[in-house]
Design a protein around this ligand. Structure first.
Ligand code: GDP
Length: 314
């Protein structure tokens, strides 16, 4: 991939896509191709195919997806399965048919079995039942991995798949009904501080363990792997460290400067008990995460404060 290669970032306005655009631009890649969802519906096969025929991208980062937190996944199973299957199939097929030189597909750590060994090695894929709260999204992402592998096996198409852990950072979704835990708690603690509320309610028991990666770290890893990784095996991307949701709430409370209590709402689902990725193959590729969790939360909180009005009106 050269500095003047035609690079399509699918999903460039989302959390991951915008992180990829920042990383590519600051590394000097000058021919980035982007389309908003309004301009191009990747779930429509004709639209996807004619876009590739016209624009002829050489490299593709497939970061377009329908994403959401535990409640959104559980509430809209058909949307999560249908939209993600359609986007993956249309983009991967159009990329192959239009001579794309390399495609990088982003999966998710929720593709692994609910009770996978921890930390989770890539070899745990398809070895046991999935976590029911997000199996729809997980099945779609597993199909995406298999599409990439099948096009490589049958046609020699150069596609790679990365499995990022839970991501966060600037541009995240802060809508409390559909967001993931980290942005949800940032918003809840900030609003409680502003309103002088005596307590913040955290969903579930607080006991599940999660690993969090800043999106700028993910973008840096994706760029590194687009340049240096070429294999049909999936590759985990994480920090290698996790913490409980209760510990995360404590850290966010500290960053926000909230003085009240934290309580837990056991009527909300916990989801999978633990989801820590084994990052030994990632480290062997020569890349490791740089942004510490508390520092990353601080940076995300600053972004949230600067964009609060925009975020609240979404
Ligand atoms: P998951 O990693 O796929 O389970 O997705 P989430 O990021 O949505 O949730 C992670 C964990 O955080 C679950 O145990 C949730 O119950 C818990 N959690 C605590 N408070 C919240 C909240 O306000 N929003 C969300 N989405 N999750 C929360």
């Amino acid at each position: 991939m050269n500095k003047d290669s035609r690079i399509y970032v699918a999903g460039h306005s989302g959390l991951v896509g915008s992180g990829l655009v920042r990383a590519l631009e600051s590394a000097g890649y000058s021919k980035l191709i982007r389309r908003t969802h309004g301009e191009l519906d990747l779930a429509d096969p004709h639209a996807a195919s004619s876009f590739f025929e016209t624009e002829k991208p050489e490299y593709v980062f497939l970061a377009a997806a329908k994403v959401g937190g535990i409640l959104a996944n559980d509430t809209y199973p058909a949307d999560f399965l249908r939209d993600n299957l359609a986007i993956e199939l249309n983009v991967i097929d159009a990329a192959f048919r239009n001579g794309v030189r390399k495609l990088l597909f982003l999966g998710s750590s929720c593709i692994y079995p609910r009770l996978a060994p921890q930390p989770i090695p890539e070899s745990a894929l398809l070895t046991g039942p999935l976590e029911p709260t997000n199996e729809w999204y997980a099945i779609a992402k597993i199909a995406g991995i298999k599409l990439v592998q099948a096009y490589r096996k049958q046609y020699g198409f150069c596609g790679i798949s990365l499995m990022p852990t839970n991501l966060y950072g600037p541009g995240d979704n802060f809508d409390l009904r559909t967001s993931h835990v980290l942005p949800a708690l940032l918003r809840k603690f900030d609003e409680a501080k502003t309103n002088g509320a005596p307590e913040v309610v955290v969903w579930g028991s607080g006991a599940p363990r999660r690993e969090f990666l800043h999106v700028d770290d993910l973008a840096s890893a994706a760029l590194h792997l687009m340049l240096h990784y070429d294999d049909s095996e999936i590759l985990n991307v994480g920090t290698g460290e996790d913490l409980t949701i209760a510990e995360l709430a404590e850290m966010i409370s500290r960053v926000v400067g909230y003085a009240g209590r934290v309580t837990f709402d056991a009527s909300k689902p916990d989801g999978t008990p633990r989801k820590l990725l084994d990052v030994s193959r990632l480290h062997a590729s020569g890349w490791g995460a740089r942004i510490g969790l508390e520092q990353g939360i601080q940076r995300t909180y600053e972004w949230y404060l600067a964009h609060e009005a925009l975020v609240a009106n979404r």
